[in-house]
Write a protein that binds this ligand. Sequence first.
Ligand SMILES: [Zn+2]
Length: 211
Amino acid sequence: MQPPKSSICVLCAIRPATTHDHVPPKGLFKGLEAQLITVPACSTCNNGSSSDDEDLRFFISVQIGKQTAGSAKLWNDGAHKSIKRKTKLREAVIASTRTVETMDNEGNCVERLGFEVPVRIYQTVFERTTRGLFFFHTGRILSPNTLVVVDMLRGQPELESPEIRSLTRNSIAGEACVYRFGIGEADSSFWLYEFYGAHWVMVRTGSFFEQ
Ligand SMILES: [Zn+2]
């Protein structure tokens, strides 16, 4: 499939496209040989995002652990370096670290250390990614007024449900990122992102959920 072209940035839908941006961000595929997706973007959208992309990679990496070869690479070659180098990120994690009560595998209440995962970073990075992929798959640019709502999911959604099975499935870098999507009328669409088989993010665009 030949990727669609645009002279306007498909991420902000305002400024001229002078460069290409990776969607999802290329840092999420650290150390992996992969054919990544790029879309036409302005330099403001492209350059303004790298710090958020790096922080997001850290938060995804700590949540998925490093049980598989891919997720271990993500931590060792990427997230671990970020937390050592980025003082602001480190300070934010330390400042929000608390003792939280959680359930162990036997259903007992146990205390663990937890820290806040910033919703803003998920919103920013996944909104950009979704605007880019919407263009990539439809050739249409979402308006700046289109609502894009990002939800982090706590566990694995019901992937065998008829709703999810009906979505189009695409994968990047083997199974490092699998995303499923459905395009509705006008600017409405539904996206389910899966990273390393262990982390899920749901995104909806358009006005259908305003009602
Ligand atoms: Zn832009």
